[in-house]
Ligand binder design. Sequence first.
Ligand code: PRP
Length: 211
Amino acid sequence: MNMLNVALPKGRLGDKVYELFSKAGYDCPSILDPGRKLIFENEETGVRYFWVKPSDVAIYVERGAADIGVAGKDILLEYEPDVFELLDLKLGKCRMAVAAKKDFHDRHLKTLRVATKFSKIAADYYLSKGRDIDIIHLNGSIELAPILGLSDVIVDIVETGTTLKENNLIVYDTILPISARLVANKSSYQFKSEAIKNLRQKLASLLEETV
Ligand code: PRP
């Protein structure tokens, strides 16, 4: 049988995504086994799931190692993978925001130092505002940068706001809302078109029911 290869983002979001796929008729009970296995398949429903680091999902899908996957809009905007975006799953909702120390005011006098993991999103945002910036690309713990004087602001994901609050930072501006998207490899979308469209349709109907 021609299986549908699905890259799921490992972690809390992935658990919710699997739950949704399972409700839509694509369950795979072995995935719930505790352990460190990364691939699971169910011949009956025709799916093979892999747990992938969330920021890598789009790479697996772009290169065809997975036919479909679920990736955050943040990753799609930042890396612009060559994939089809099929559906907003309305999961993993958060926002991309500019944050700074409470006493920060941008007086537009000098180049703004921006620390971020999302260099492209930050560059596009400030370009649209005509603001001159210096990007400081970091890989994590971005909140430290303004505290230590490494940057004036950060561009990062805010979900509950707890990380900012605990580090005495505030949201200065919201750039855009983020949520998880169903994406497909471009040639899989042609060659496994029926299977992918069926899955998309079932997920879409399920999401409509729950609204
Ligand atoms: C994100 C982000 C913030 C935090 C925001 O990090 O970079 O640090 O979540 O969430 P909150 O508003 O609910 O506090 P993530 O947990 O994805 O880890 P990472 O930065 O190490 O990738």
